[in-house]
Design a protein around this ligand. Structure first.
Ligand code: ATP
Ligand code: MG
Length: 388
């Protein structure tokens, strides 16, 4: 019996929730054979006990079929994060979702959607129930990147079923509109759409909902922060100074909106050459560390430019799933682990709280109308109202 026989047999064991097998994922390691005894390690990314047990059982069955009598399978997995809780205060219009993660950036085109997709898939591979909401209403890219661009969601009454790919639930304005259509909407309509995405989509009881934001600090960001307690904010930036200036605005926004900052993802940081796998410095590397320090946070991952990322995005075959052995997939997995650890820490310390960003006036009453009505002779500008 050879290692090849063992690996071939273990290709019949698929990873729970996925169509891919544990050998193709690269999880099977250290195969040792001695007569009718075999020992091996299955090094998985999920910390769920059911996943471990299922893989051990199925692998044992396959190895017995090959004639092995003594089978030792060591399943290694990351430390199980503590039970995540929704111990939050303030308004929450999607209470069945335990944690919300806002992926933001000051500048467009720096890799927010790419990061959102790959981190969401990585967390699903680590055993979490994950959703991915494309809140970029004007420029929805998630359906293409997740390979569901030609699917339409099912409507149930006045609610909508999310789409599903790579173990992740998905919703996007792109999935509700005809391809190529544009939206010309006022800010108030964007705010309404974000609320509906949270309230009227039939999300499961999710551990984490990753929300891919439009660039900048506008209506979408404010609406999200006022609708649900956002557990963690991630800022994506490229290493150039011009991008860093904008990412400072994004980090400042997290502070103003009372969103705990999980950290910065430095994207397009160095270049991995597809022919030699060498990493070289193009836009600069490591420039985000001082910015992270300024805002008392961390760089949770440095993702190099790798052509496979762009190809994965364009073809709906994200690297984290389709090239799990690539350097960038490993870094997205690491970013996901860091994010989950951060979410645990926030919850252990009492959870996210958005009560400070709620409007102080009752619904339907503008801030102006709460000021005592000035008499005709009063000067409007002197009462601080400013709405004359
Ligand atoms: N590390 C990387 N290596 C190679 N290509 C990348 C990398 N990161 C992102 N890209 C590519 O760069 C383009 C822009 O990325 P993406 O759409 O994720 O940015 P964005 O910040 O969401 O943009 P927007 O602000 O327009 O929503 C995409 O084609 C994507 O595939
Ligand atoms: Mg985007």
């Amino acid at each position: 019996m050879t290692q090849e026989n063992v690996l071939e047999a273990l290709k019949n064991v698929t990873y729970p929730g996925f169509t891919k097998d544990i050998v193709t994922f690269g999880f099977v390691k250290d195969v040792l054979i001695n007569g009718t005894t075999v020992g091996l390690t299955i090094d998985i990314t999920s910390s769920a006990d059911e996943v471990k047990a299922q893989l051990r059982d199925e692998a044992t069955v396959e190895l017995k079929k090959l004639g092995f009598e003594q089978i030792q399978i060591n399943v290694t997995a990351p430390q199980a994060p503590k039970q995540m809780s929704n111990s939050v205060s303030g308004k929450n219009i999607a209470p069945h979702v335990k944690n919300f993660v806002m992926v933001s950036s000051g500048k467009g085109g720096v890799g927010k959607s790419t990061t959102s997709v790959n981190i969401a898939i990585a967390m699903a591979m680590q055993g979490k129930k994950v959703g991915l909401l494309d809140a970029d209403i004007y420029g929805p890219n998630i359906p293409r990147m997740m390979g569901v661009a030609d699917q339409k969601p099912e409507i149930q009454g006045n609610k909508v079923q999310p789409l599903k790919a790579y173990g992740v639930e998905i919703m996007s304005m792109g999935s509700l509109m005809e391809p190529g259509q544009s939206l010309i909407w006022r800010g108030s309509m964007i705010m309404k759409a974000i609320e509906q995405f949270l309230r009227d989509i039939l999300w499961s009881e999710l551990d984490v909902l990753v929300i891919d934001m439009p660039p900048g600090t506008g209506d979408a960001q404010l609406t999200l922060a006022q609708s649900v307690p956002v557990t963690a904010g991630i800022t994506v930036t490229t290493p150039q100074e011009v991008s860093l200036d904008d990412s400072r605005r994004s980090l400042d926004m997290f502070q103003k909106l009372h969103i705990p900052t999980a950290g910065i993802i430095e994207n397009m940081s160095g270049f991995i050459c597809p022919s030699c796998d060498e990493e070289s410095d193009i836009f600069g590397m490591g420039t985000t560390v001082p910015v992270a320090k300024e805002y008392d946070t961390e760089v949770i991952a440095r993702i190099p430019i790798e052509p496979a990322i762009r190809v994965g995005g364009d073809t709906g075959m994200p690297v984290t799933y389709h090239k799990p052995d690539s350097e960038t997939a490993k870094r997205f997995q690491e970013a996901a682990s860091n994010l989950l650890a951060f979410i645990d820490k926030v919850n252990a310390e009492g959870g996210a709280d958005n009560s400070a960003v709620q409007p102080t006036t009752p619904p339907g009453v503008s801030a102006c109308s709460t000021a005592s009505t000035p008499t005709k002779s009063q000067d409007h500008s002197s009462n601080g109202c400013g709405c004359n």
